[in-house]
Design a binder for this molecule. Structure first.
Ligand code: SAM
Length: 299
């Protein structure tokens, strides 16, 4: 199993192709479908109802599901996304509700003109709901996102949690060990390979999962971030972390999920028991595959 390199067109194509079923697969919880992205929407709704920002921008707005629910909450919000398919879906849903379709547009966060297009310092809150995992670098996206926030305003962004890979005992754990613990030692290629081979023997599922049918990461580039590092890094963009919330909990290692109907039931039940109410539990650093950082921009 190879990890995918970033290719903008491949990511757009994946989202275009999945735009039709995206809502059903992401936001409808059933006994068999975790629908973890629903918890992201609920956490962001909660945060915005607590902080009450006036003008909000949703960057990477997808099919507009979070945006529409926030409009229902009375939030003044608009958004953009670089997948024309996702934007078309969002427009279709807005139109069906009698809301202006112009609230969502096609746009790329990495476009050098994006800050000028949407207005520097124009938003009381900028929300980036899971777009950064699909972008390899951090400097330009963080610069652009911060520039859009009004001084004193809020930055709310979801990242994929790289620490979760330590809890999965699979190929992602191997990558975590290699990148974070072996590469920094500066050993020769032969020495590194030998040690990595030995670690593979300790991690009994070093080549699993062979496929991840429910997600994008077999097909497109996805990167994780370390929740201990993101906040300190955002300081360089004038953003001070004020909150950290986890979602998409895995009460047990994901490879156990389908070992028996009983374990599957326990997995779903106990994972869901963490969501929302225990979003700030320290265990989230290890058990949750995604997290939201909330920052306040320097006034
Ligand atoms: C995981 S989806 C989340 C969609 C939406 N925020 C939600 O919560 O349902 C990530 C979205 O980011 C968009 N995206 C990825 N890279 C982008 C970029 N450079 N500029 C704008 N949108 C991007 C994708 O097209 C996709 O719709």
């Amino acid at each position: 199993m190879v990890f995918q390199n970033y290719n903008r067109e491949t990511t757009i194509k994946w989202y275009d192709e999945h735009s039709k079923n995206y809502d059903n697969e992401s936001f409808v919880p059933t006994d068999n479908q975790y629908a973890g992205d629903l918890y992201r929407i609920e956490l962001v709704r909660k945060l915005l109802s607590e902080h009450k920002p006036e003008k909000v921008l949703d960057v990477g707005c997808g099919t507009g599901e979070p945006l529409i629910r926030l409009i229902d909450d009375g939030v003044d919000i608009r958004g953009f996304d670089f997948s024309p398919g996702m934007v078309a879906k969002a427009k279709e849903k807005l139109k069906a509700r009698g809301i202006s379709e112009s609230l969502v547009e096609v746009g790329d966060l990495l476009d050098p003109n994006i800050v000028e297009t949407y207005g520097a310092g124009q938003y009381d809150a900028v929300v980036a709901n899971g777009i950064l995992p699909y972008i390899p670098e951090r400097d330009i996206p963080h610069q652009h996102l911060s520039a859009l926030v009004k001084p004193g305003g809020l930055y709310i962004s979801a990242y994929s949690n790289s620490l979760f890979d330590l809890f999965t005992f699979n190929r992602f754990t191997m990558r975590f060990y290699t990148e974070n613990f072996i590469k920094p030692l500066g050993l020769s290629d032969t020495e590194s390979r030998e040690i990595i081979n030995q670690i593979e023997k300790l991690i009994t599922n070093a080549d699993k999962p062979s496929a991840i049918p429910e997600g994008a990461r077999d097909t497109v580039f996805v990167r994780g971030d370390n929740p201990f590092e993101v906040g300190p890094n955002l300081v360089h963009y004038g953003l001070k972390q004020i909150d950290l919330l986890f979602y998409k909990f895995h009460a047990l290692p994901p490879l156990l999920k389908n070992t028996s109907p009983q374990i599957r039931e326990i997995f779903m039940r106990e994972s869901r028991a963490y969501e929302i109410d225990r979003a700030r539990d320290w265990r989230g650093h290890f058990l949750a595959s995604t997290f939201i950082i909330v920052c306040r921009k320097k006034a």
